[in-house]
Write a protein that binds this ligand. Structure first.
Ligand code: GSH
Length: 237
């Protein structure tokens, strides 16, 4: 019998060596915490995974990807590198259906196809800190965005995609809640303030001492606006 464990193994074998992580969840866990407009239209016990990139993705996947592809053919280097690795997953599962939804995909009305941070939270990958976690917050009418923190990498990671196996049910999958690595109210407030008011300086990423973080080179790459990154890549080319 095929179980979610076999799919998890397949994904881990294909993606972990390149600095990605995968966490399984049931579509129903995701839908249960969202308004119907955001629901994914699959039965509740459908097997899905969230895919994260960890700091080592830059060395293990991105740089080799650049070495093997002509820079002039690449428009979105990071997204194309991630898509390339998802295509390798598909190659390893040629007989079945696999829907890949990327972090940047929008419906025609501009609504995101998947709320990646919610998927990361319900899968147990990374706690999604939101304003509603703080009773009587100090922000009045300001709009405050939430942010995910990974128990090992703090804010030094990114959520890249959700993979759905429409033909596979995982009724026995048990939900693991994400680790609330910032139990203190003050830390939660600081995190949301750093993220919302000083996102660019990246301080929010260091709310806990990470096991590994982006190298100076990777930090510079992501801090540079995408349109200006080509010159960084050409230096290496
Ligand atoms: N579309 C561009 C590309 O494919 O190269 C830009 C991709 C990009 O920079 N995405 C951001 C990112 O990966 C947003 S998710 N950031 C990593 C981070 O901030 O940790």
């Amino acid at each position: 019998m095929t179980t979610h464990v076999e799919f998890q193994q397949l994904l881990q074998e294909t993606l972990l060596p390149f600095g990605f992580e995968v966490y399984p969840f049931q579509i129903g866990w995701y839908n249960a915490v969202l308004e119907p407009a955001f629901h994914l239209s699959y039965p509740n016990d459908t097997l899905a995974f969230v895919v994260l990139s960890t700091p080592s993705m830059f060395e293990k996947a991105f740089k080799p990807f650049l070495r093997h592809h002509m820079l002039q053919n690449i428009i979105d280097p990071i997204d194309q590198c991630v898509a390339y690795h998802m295509s390798l997953v598909k190659e390893r599962y040629p007989s079945g259906k696999l829907d890949v939804i990327y972090d940047y995909e929008l419906h025609p009305n501009r609504r995101p196809k998947v709320l990646m941070q919610t998927a990361a939270h319900v899968s147990g990958a990374a706690y999604y800190y939101q304003r509603k976690d703080i009773p009587q917050d100090p922000w009045g009418s300001k709009k405050m965005f939430g942010v995910c923190i990974h128990p090992q990498f703090g804010g030094w990671f990114a959520i890249r995609a959700v993979l759905v196996f429409p033909e596979i049910q995982a009724p026995d999958l048990e939900q693991t809640l994400p680790l609330d690595c910032l139990p203190s109210q003050d830390d939660k407030i600081q995190l949301l303030e750093h993220f919302n008011f000083n996102w660019r300086d990246g301080k929010y990423r260091d709310v806990l001492p990470p096991k590994e973080k982006y190298s100076a080179e990777q930090t510079l790459y992501f801090a540079t606006p995408p349109a200006e990154r080509r010159k960084l890549l050409e230096l290496h080319g």
